[in-house]
Design a protein around this ligand. Structure first.
Ligand code: ATP
Length: 406
C-alpha cells in the first residue's frame, strides 16, 4: 500500500536498512524504515489519510513516523545527504537522491533497499556491495572516513558483528584500530556513547560484544580502570539467567536489563572511577540513587550473604533478608543474584522477590485503633514488627497478631 500512495503522488518509495538486511537473513525485524525520493512528510500524510493512521513529523529533518491504529510504527525519511560540520557533530540535512542517502549509512549490509512502487515492487537495489557482504558475513564500512565522520559506528560495528555472528572486515578493523589510536572516540558526546552501550547491553547476549570491545581496546573509552575479563563473563552469564528467571515471573514490574548488566560491568570500580564513568556517560539523574546508595547497600548485602554461604551458617532469617533487600530496586536485586556464586544465597533473593517483598501484616491501622492503641508513630512500628514476625513464621493467624499487640 505504500507503493500505491507513492504512485499516486508520483514519488519513489523504498524499504531500507535493518529491515531489508534482516529480511534477507531471515531474521525477525518489525522496525520498518522507508525512504521516499522527494517529500517524505507529504507522503506520510497522504498515506495516513487513506489508512486511518496518525503521523508525527519533524520538518527540520524531513522525517515522519506513521503510527497505525494497533500502534505499529513505520519511520519515513526523505532522501537526503547528511554532511558533517565537524567530526562527531550531529548531522545537518540536505535533500538528494536515494543512493546518496544510502551512502551516509554505517555499513554496507545496511545499505540495501527494496522498491515498494507497484511497477517494480520487490526489486533489490544494492549500490555498495551489501549483498556480497551479507553472503560473506562481513561488517564493512562504505569508505575510509566513516569512523572519523561518526565514531559511534565503532560500537555499532561490534554490536552487529556479535549479534549476527559476522566478522568485521580486515580493512574496517584496521580503520577501527586507527580511530582508537588517534583518539577519535574521545569526541563522542556522553549521551551518544551511553546510548551505544545501552544498545549493546540490551542485545540477547551482551558479553561477547563486551569481550570484543576489550579486544579492540575500546573499553578504556568508558573508563581507563574498566576491564572485561573472564569473571565478567561468569557474572554476565548469571545476570542473563537472573533476568530470564525474573521475566518468567510476570510480576508486571518492569526491569531495565541494561541497568543490571551495567552494574555488573562496574562492579569493581572504586568511588572515584565510578564517579568518572557516570560523568563520562552522562548517566541520567534518575539513576543516581540506584547507582550510588543502592549499589553501596548491595555491597553490604553481598558481603553478608557471602559470609553466610561460606561459613555454612544457618541461612539468614526471612525478616533479616527482608530488611536488607527491601530498599533495593529489582535491577539491584538481579545484579546481586549475578554476583553470588552460591546457588543457595541466590535462592534467598528469589524467595524475597517471590514471597517476602509484597507481604503485609494481617492487622491494619484500623484494627490497632479498635484494639485501643493510641494513634501516632507507634502504629508504623507495631505493624512493622508484626510483619517481621510473620515473615519468620512466629505468628501466622490474625488472632496471634492480636495477642501480640495486646
Ligand atoms: P537494530 O536491529 O539494532 O534496530 P538497525 O539496523 O535497524 O538495527 P538502527 O539503529 O535502528 O539500526 O538504525 C537504522 C538504520 O540507520 C541502520 O540500518 C543504519 O543504516 C542507519 N544508522 C543508524 N545509526 C547510524 C550511524 N551512526 N551512522 C550511519 N548510519 C546509521
Amino acid at each position: 500500500d505504500f507503493g500505491r500512495t507513492a504512485d499516486a503522488l508520483g514519488l519513489k518509495v523504498f524499504a531500507v536498512g535493518g529491515f531489508v538486511r534482516d529480511l534477507l537473513l531471515d531474521e525477525p525485524n518489525l522496525d520498518l524504515d522507508i525512504v521516499v525520493e522527494g517529500d517524505g512528510i507529504a507522503f506520510a500524510e497522504a498515506f495516513a489519510r487513506d489508512h486511518e493512521c496518525r503521523v508525527r513529523s519533524h520538518e527540520k529533518f524531513g522525517t515522519a513516523v506513521i503510527v497505525f491504529p494497533d500502534d505499529f510504527k513505520v519511520d519515513v525519511a526523505s532522501t537526503r545527504v547528511e554532511y558533517y560540520l565537524e567530526p562527531a557533530a550531529l548531522p545537518t540535512v540536505e535533500t538528494a537522491s536515494l543512493k546518496l542517502d544510502l551512502y551516509r549509512r554505517d555499513f554496507t549490509i545496511n545499505t540495501l533497499a527494496i522498491v515498494l512502487n507497484h511497477g517494480s515492487f520487490g526489486e533489490l537495489l544494492d549500490f555498495f556491495g551489501g549483498l556480497r557482504d551479507l553472503r560473506e558475513k562481513a561488517i564493512r564500512v562504505l569508505h575510509n572516513l566513516s569512523f572519523v565522520e561518526d565514531p559511534t559506528r565503532v560500537f555499532r560495528a561490534v554490536r552487529f558483528e556479535q549479534r549476527l555472528g559476522f566478522d568485521i572486515g580486515k580493512q574496517t578493523e584496521h580503520l577501527i584500530r586507527s580511530a582508537v589510536r588517534m583518539g577519535f572516540l574521545d569526541r563522542i558526546g556522553g549521551p551518544r556513547l551511553l546510548n551505544e552501550i545501552i544498545h549493546i547491553l540490551e542485545e540477547v547476549r551482551p558479553f561477547p560484544a563486551m569481550a570484543r570491545l576489550e579486544e579492540l581496546d575500546l573499553v578504556k573509552f568508558l573508563h581507563p580502570a574498566l576491564k572485561i575479563g573472564e569473571e565478567t563473563g561468569a557474572v554476565f552469564e548469571r545476570a542473563t539467567r537472573a533476568l530470564h528467571w525474573y521475566e518468567l515471573l510476570y510480576t508486571g514490574k518492569p526491569c531495565s536489563e541494561w541497568v543490571v548488566y551495567f552494574l555488573c560491568l562496574i562492579r569493581d570500580l572504586d568511588a572515584d572511577a565510578f564517579q568518572g564513568i557516570c560523568e563520562r556517560l552522562g548517566i541520567p539523574g534518575r539513576l543516581h540513587p540506584l547507582f550510588t546508595e543502592q549499589r553501596h547497600l548491595a555491597q553490604g548485602v553481598l558481603q553478608r550473604f557471602q559470609a553466610f554461604a561460606r561459613r555454612k551458617m544457618k541461612r539468614p532469617r526471612n525478616s533479616e533478608i527482608y530488611q536488607w533487600l527491601l530498599p533495593l530496586d529489582t535491577e539491584v536485586l538481579l545484579y546481586l543474584m549475578a554476583r553470588l556464586e552460591s546457588e543457595e544465597a541466590r535462592s534467598w533473593i528469589s524467595v524475597f522477590v517471590t514471597r517476602l517483598r509484597d507481604q503485609k501484616p494481617l492487622l491494619s491501622g484500623e484494627d490497632l485503633k479498635v484494639l485501643g492503641v493510641p494513634p501516632g508513630p507507634l502504629y508504623r512500628e507495631i505493624l512493622e514488627q508484626l510483619l517481621l514476625r510473620r515473615l519468620d513464621g512466629e505468628v501466622v493467624t490474625r488472632e496471634q497478631e492480636i495477642d501480640l499487640v495486646q
